[in-house]
Structures are given as structure tokens and as C-alpha cells.
Design a protein around this ligand. Structure first.
Ligand code: LLP
Length: 421
């Protein structure tokens, strides 16, 4: 459920008419709904209660500081994967004890940043990282709280580029080697073992792979405890999928996911952490674009938008589907037409959809991509020197630009010409 509905035939973001934002900001832009973000966060906290838990928003999915402040103020923790994301979480006012640091390539500098700024735990992904973290912690006079991310060799049955839990993926340590790695961790002076971490992939549309992974984590918890480790926190990762179409797609609900967590690891007496990104942010955002031209091609018509693959890369990168809707609703039973929906970037990959049935649209009309809140703005670039797409947050009848569109001067001034040229 989201808060982007038609009212009197005009698409609204909560109580704000989308054309009003377009008039103020220009197109293209992302718009997020505070009510949707809030609701989705609460779905998870409700699903996990009464287990002791923390919902750590995977800020890679949507990392604008205003959004992080909104979620942080609700009590959310944050899952970060870089020093930059750590800084964002802190800039949003989230205390270090609510920030978990994931990722396969944490640098020593990033470790120092998080140790000195405060951290809930590092999710360590390899033995070299464990040793480096211990060294850095000792040099600063800290002990780093850690989980080890285990790779359970489970098929998440999702897009190959976002599956992470198979043994051929770069993530985590093989679960079969966990005893060895935990023994080393426990022997290192700068490390305190507190738990286990697992994350098997993103946009999972079935619960069964989670179940397989969490049962393996439950077994591992018992084994590691018997080997003397005080396992008291389980980070179960993110990955719960969302519906990208309004048709019959029905991924499992957070309540079902919560019930599964309780069933698989609920009796271990551990604090549970999850790291959802997409389910919180995905359906909380639209990308709004204007139609530049409708071009009649040979056997197909192109809808050329002012948004492009640099603004929303998911269709060209993963073949992802996003529903596209007109901002001014077509009257019921009005004719539709099949369009190839494309952007202005100079490559054929800059295609959002092929043969997509849409109500008739004309130059100057506005269209909206649904489910664009997650992995949308964060993956945008300035390819073709197209300014980074702005972001807008709506709450009730308020809206504000939370990231401005840069001017061309700002963009050009970032480049410098060496004196010797
Ligand atoms: N935790 C870890 C360690 C992760 O790697 C990820 C996502 C998450 C949590 C959050 O997963 P979510 O709940 O959002 O599924 N750009 C791709 C998705 C990449 C996901 C990367 N890791 C896309 O647009 O589909």
C-alpha cells in the first residue's frame, strides 16, 4: 500500500497534487511519501514484536538524509555499507549504537570512522577483514563488536545480480567454516563476538529461501554457543520483495516474514535485527517525468521522456519492470496504445519499457514510474551531463525539495583543467 492515489483524476502524493510539484521543481524528479515510509517501518516493528529487535533500514536503497531523519526519529537503526553512508546516518541524527556496518570491502579508514563515531556492530565478511578490524580497534583502544556474515549456500530465487547467499557469491564466509572463523575472532584482542549475520539477496518473492537460511543460522547459533561463544544477536539481513505491478503479484507480507523469524530463531533468546531496504522505501517513491516527444517509428511508437537511464537505471540494468502511469488519469474505457518508453540518452539500453500499453499521451504530459523509491535516486548518475535528479519529500500537504537539482555551473565547476594543459 502507498499514498500515491488519484484524486479528481490527478495523481497525488499524499495531499499534494503531483503537477504542483512538477511546476515548482521541474521534471524529472523523485517524490517520496513520509506516510508510506512510516507505515512500512511500522509493519516490520509490529511483525517482530514482542521479540527484542531492531529494524535497521538498508540506507543503500534510499539514502537522502531527510528520509533517514524521518526513519531515525521513529527509532529505526541503519544498515550502512560505506563511510559515506555512515556519515549520512550520523548527519540524520542517528546515534552510533543504532548503526550496523555491512559490506565486503570495509577499509581501515572506514573502520576508524565507525569505531570513533560509535557503532552497534560490524558485520564482518572475511578473515582478512577480521584481522584488520582487530588491529584498527586495538590501535584506537577499542574493542569492536562483531557478527560474522555467514554464507548459507541458499538459492534466493531472485535476479542473479542481486542474489548473495550462494557459495559462488562474494559475500560472507562459508557456513561450514564458521567454527574456525569464530574461534579466530574470539582470539583476537580487538574483537568481541556478539552474534551472527546472514543476508541472502534482494527482492525475494518467496519465504522458503529465508526459512532455509534462518534454520541454518539457528543450528549455527546452538553450535557456536556449545563452542563457548556468547551469541546474543542475530542479524537476518534484508531482502523481502515488493510488488512491482498492480496485477496478481503478491510477495509475502512482513507479518508472514515476522512469523517465520519467530518460528525459526524466536526461541534462541537472541535479539533480532533485520536490514530491510526495498520494502520500506520502494513503494514510497515515484519518479515523475515529462514527455518530450511522441515519435512514430517503424511499427512502433516511442514515448521520449525527460527522465533517462541515468535517473532510474533498474530497467536497463536488471530488465526491471516499473509500472508507468499518467499523472492526469485517463477517463475509464479510454483507448490505450503500446509505446516503447525511452529516455534521451544516446544508447539503446536507455529503454524503460517496450510495447507498454498506456493511455494516449502527448507532448508535455507528465508520467510517473511507480515503486521507484528504492534503488532509484541512489543509483542515479550524471551520464550525458544530465544533472542529478532532484528529490522531494511529501508529508500531508507539505512538500519540500530534499535534494536540489544541481546547476550546470556546479556540474562544470567540479572539473578542473590542470595548469600544464
Ligand atoms: N543488507 C545487505 C547486506 C544488503 O546487501 C542489502 C541489499 C540489504 C540489506 C537490503 O536489501 P533489500 O531489503 O533492499 O532487498 N540495486 C538492486 C538491489 C541491490 C541490493 C543490494 N543489497 C536493485 O535495484 O534491485
Amino acid at each position: 500500500m502507498d499514498h500515491f492515489l488519484y484524486r479528481n483524476g490527478i495523481l497525488h502524493a499524499e495531499d499534494v497534487a503531483v503537477p504542483d510539484i512538477a511546476a515548482a521543481v521541474g521534471t524529472p524528479f523523485y517524490v517520496y511519501s513520509a506516510a508510506t515510509l512510516t507505515r512500512h517501518y511500522h509493519l516490520f516493528t509490529e511483525a517482530l514484536s514482542p521479540l527484542p529487535h531492531m529494524v535497521c533500514f538498508a540506507i543503500k536503497s534510499l539514502s537522502n538524509v531527510a528520509v533517514l531523519k524521518l526513519l531515525g526519529d521513529l527509532g529505526a537503526g541503519m544498515d550502512v555499507v560505506s563511510g559515506g553512508e555512515y556519515r549520512r546516518a550520523r548527519a540524520a541524527g542517528v546515534p552510533g549504537e543504532r548503526i550496523v556496518f555491512s559490506g565486503v570491502g570495509k577499509t581501515r579508514e572506514e573502520m576508524r570512522l565507525a569505531l570513533t563515531g560509535g557503532i552497534r556492530q560490524f558485520n564482518v565478511e572475511s578473515e582478512p577483514e577480521l584481522r584488520a578490524l582487530s588491529e584498527v580497534a586495538v590501535s584506537l583502544g577499542f574493542v569492536a563488536p562483531i557478527t560474522v556474515r555467514v554464507n548459507p549456500d541458499v538459492d534466493a530465487r531472485t535476479h542473479e545480480k542481486i542474489a548473495t547467499g550462494k557459495k559462488e557469491n562474494k559475500f560472507g564466509i562459508p557456513i561450514a567454516r564458521a567454527s574456525e572463523v569464530y574461534a579466530e575472532a574470539a582470539s583476537l584482542p580487538g574483537i568481541e563476538v556478539i552474534g551472527i549475520d546472514v543476508h541472502i539477496g534482494s527482492q525475494l518473492t518467496e519465504l522458503e529461501p529465508f526459512e532455509q537460511a534462518y534454520l541454518k543460522v539457528a543450528d549455527l547459533t546452538r553450535r557456536l554457543r556449545s563452542e563457548g561463544h556468547d551469541i546474543r544477536r542475530l542479524d537476518l539481513g534484508g531482502g523481502l520483495g515488493i510488488p512491482y505491478t498492480r496485477s496478481n503479484e503478491a510477495p509475502p507480507l512482513p507479518t508472514d516474514y515476522g512469523a517465520l523469524i519467530k518460528r525459526t530463531v524466536g526461541d534462541l533468546g537472541c535479539e533480532v535485527e533485520i536490514e530491510p531496504g526495498r520494502l520500506i522505501s520502494g513503494n514510497a517513491g515515484l519518479l515523475v517525468a515529462g514527455v518530450i516527444y511522441v515519435k512514430n517509428g517503424e511499427g512502433r511508437d516511442f514515448l521520449i521522456l525527460d527522465a533517462a537511464m541515468n535517473d532510474l537505471v533498474r530497467p536497463s540494468m536488471y530488465g526491471a519492470h516499473h509500472d508507468i502511469v499518467p499523472v492526469v488519469e485517463a477517463p475509464a474505457a479510454s483507448p490505450t496504445h503500446a509505446y516503447d518508453v525511452v529516455g534521451p540518452v544516446c544508447e539503446t539500453g536507455d529503454t524503460f519499457a517496450k510495447g507498454r500499453d498506456l493511455p494516449l499521451v502527448a507532448e508535455g504530459d507528465l508520467v510517473a514510474f511507480r515503486s521507484a523509491g528504492a534503488y532509484g535516486a541512489v543509483m542515479a548518475s550524471e551520464y550525458n551531463t544530465r544533472p542529478l535528479v532532484p528529490e522531494v519529500l511529501v508529508k500531508g500537504d507539505h512538500f519540500a525539495v530534499i535534494r536540489e537539482r544541481p546547476s550546470f555551473d556546479e556540474i562544470l565547476n567540479r572539473d578542473t583543467i590542470p595548469a600544464w594543459l
